[in-house]
Design a binder for this molecule. Sequence first.
Ligand code: HEC
Ligand code: HEC
Length: 154
Amino acid sequence: MSKRTSFLIFFLLFSSVVFYSCKKNKAGSGSKTSSYNDTGSHNVGSACMNCHNPGGENRYWWTVAGTVFKPDSASLNPNSTIYLFSGSGGTGNLILTLPVDGKSNFYTSNSFRFGTGLYPEVKSSSGEVRSMQSSTTNGNCNSCHNSTNRIIVN
Ligand code: HEC
Ligand code: HEC
């Protein structure tokens, strides 16, 4: 075998390995939605889509994501539920229902349109409901709901 041929064989093998591993972790290729009691998420309270953003390198690109706290803004609030309505205070059409997981995070990679804006609502596992008075077109909920303005419910 000539030097040239063995280099070619090596090159082909090498590039197929690179191609395979890129394909496996392709950015945005992961599809996932939060579910009650699941503990596979992380980084509670952070602005999830600063990493999980369309166009970013992460495997999962969320369209809606965030974290729910208790009224003390520090205790977590697992297994609550997030709703997005077309009207304020739970009126109009219910556009999205998103279970909050066992770590108190909610997220989905499902394609989703906010249109001119939707009104978020949260219901705790014990049934209390709180609504956001204004509408939003931004699914990166924790970008506003940071440590000084958590999504809270009792
Ligand atoms: C600092 C960057 C960063 C932030 C902020 C971040 N994540 Fe992640 N997350 C990652 C990385 C990296 C992975 C690994 C995914 C991959 O394979 O590309 C990941 C994976 C995940 C997974 C998948 C676990 C699995 O493999 O099943 C979930 C669910 C998740 N993140 C949820 C969230 C939620 C919800 C938030 C916000 C509360 C969040 N992440 C904030 C970087 C981040
Ligand atoms: C532009 C900043 C901003 C974004 C983005 C945002 N919120 Fe809010 N949210 C607020 C503010 C300010 C309040 C308190 C005043 C009000 O209700 O309008 C609030 C209140 C709420 C409340 C009422 C309970 C509470 O904590 O006071 C819920 C529930 C809520 N937001 C959920 C969400 C969800 C879910 C998302 C993401 C889909 C989201 N918010 C995105 C700013 C934001």
